[in-house]
Design a binder for this molecule. Structure first.
Ligand code: NDP
Length: 321
């Protein structure tokens, strides 16, 4: 089968398409014939060696496709031929992937493959951040960094649907206009953002900051929060936050968390509940999908290059079949 398999970590050029053996199936897995794979920032951490992987490695933690075969321990709601999606299991940059069956999410008939991929990983991330990590209440002010990005746009739409106010940050005018079109009340650059947040909130500060940028924004985040505000550092697009002294979050009694999707979908019941909530939000029109780039599987390297160079907005996908 065709797959992007990397034999050593490095730049986007390690992502080469080749003919590799179709994966075999164990009792806990299902074989999925992949139609669309999601490209996520975590794929860059894997490819570049920032997150540990076992080589050779087929990247891609998210995809949608059809069940070709099921292991004997599969949940009983799954059947061969069903359309399903998954997040947080690797192997998506391939025509067929062996995925733990208990992590498969049935895709409702009215949701297209492409929309499902755009909604699953990034949509469920926006869902858990706004519903569980820090529950947005009407009138809350949230800062969304990288507001025109894949997670950023969905987060913005979620916060608005919950009655919150959004201050989005983004690096270019064009990206800021995209964040505003998605519902952000204010869109600003990163430089001096804490001051802009204070001005917008009459000197009080934001209730919550959702930060997927990490290293470059962390120090200013602490200045932009209100007393007892929450800082959710959920990513590290600019690099990992440097280790901090605990007294740094004492001024203002800040709640600091470093959440990850895996801990919010660990049980199958929670995974299916969260995915269905996201699909329902999409049906209502409160969450819209913005595909920022479609690439053939063979061109995964271009998708990585664009994402890393901050030239993308919305969701990037690989068309596999
Ligand atoms: P995005 O579409 O948001 O792309 C990354 C964006 O980050 C860029 O477009 C850029 O926007 C911004 N950025 C800021 N500094 C840099 C930098 N030095 N290099 C590259 N980009 C930079 O990606 P995703 O939506 O896929 O992911 C966003 C973040 O969320 C990532 O950190 C990812 O790891 C994290 N994530 C975490 C999850 C979790 O559960 N913890 C789940 C899903 C994603 P701009 O040009 O506007 O600055």
């Amino acid at each position: 089968m065709n797959a992007i398999q990397i034999s050593h970590v490095g730049g986007p050029d390690v992502l080469k398409i080749g003919d590799v053996e179709r994966p075999s199936l164990n009792n806990d897995q299902a074989l999925i014939d992949v139609t669309v794979a999601g490209v996520n920032f975590i794929d860059i951490y894997h490819r570049s060696g920032k997150y540990p992987i076992n080589l050779p490695f087929i990247p891609g933690v998210e995809g949608v496709g059809t069940i070709a075969a099921l292991g004997s321990n599969s949940p009983t709601d799954l059947k061969a031929g069903m359309r399903v999606g998954w997040v947080m299991a690797s192997g998506g940059y391939a025509e067929t992937a062996a995925i733990p069956a208990k992590t498969l999410i049935p895709i409702p008939e009215d949701i297209k493959d492409e929309d499902a991929v755009a909604l699953l990983l990034q949509g469920m991330t926006a869902h858990y951040l706004t519903r569980n990590t820090f529950e947005i209440k009407p009138g809350d002010t949230a800062v969304v960094h990288s507001g025109a990005g894949g997670v950023g746009l969905l987060l913005t739409r979620y916060i608005k649907a919950l009655g919150g106010r959004v201050i989005a940050t983004a690096s270019t005018e064009e990206k800021r206009a995209i964040a505003i079109a998605a519902g952000a009340d204010l869109a600003i650059g990163y430089e001096g953002f804490s001051e802009a947040v204070k001005n917008f909130t009459n000197g009080i500060g934001a209730n919550v900051i959702y930060d997927g940028v990490g290293k470059d924004t962390f120090d200013q985040d602490l200045l932009a929060l209100r007393r007892r505000g929450t800082l959710a550092v959920f990513g590290a697009a600019s690099g990992q936050v440097v280790p901090i002294e605990i007294m740094k979050i004492s001024a203002g009694s800040i709640f600091l968390t470093r959440p990850t999707l895996a801990d919010y979908v660990a049980e199958r019941s929670e995974l299916l509940w969260r995915a269905n909530e996201v699909f329902e939000t999409f049906r209502r029109g409160d969450m819209q999908v913005a595909i920022g780039g479609r690439y053939p599987l063979a061109d995964a390297a271009s998708a990585h290059m664009e994402l890393e160079a901050r030239r993308t907005t919305g969701k990037l996908i690989l068309q596999v079949a």
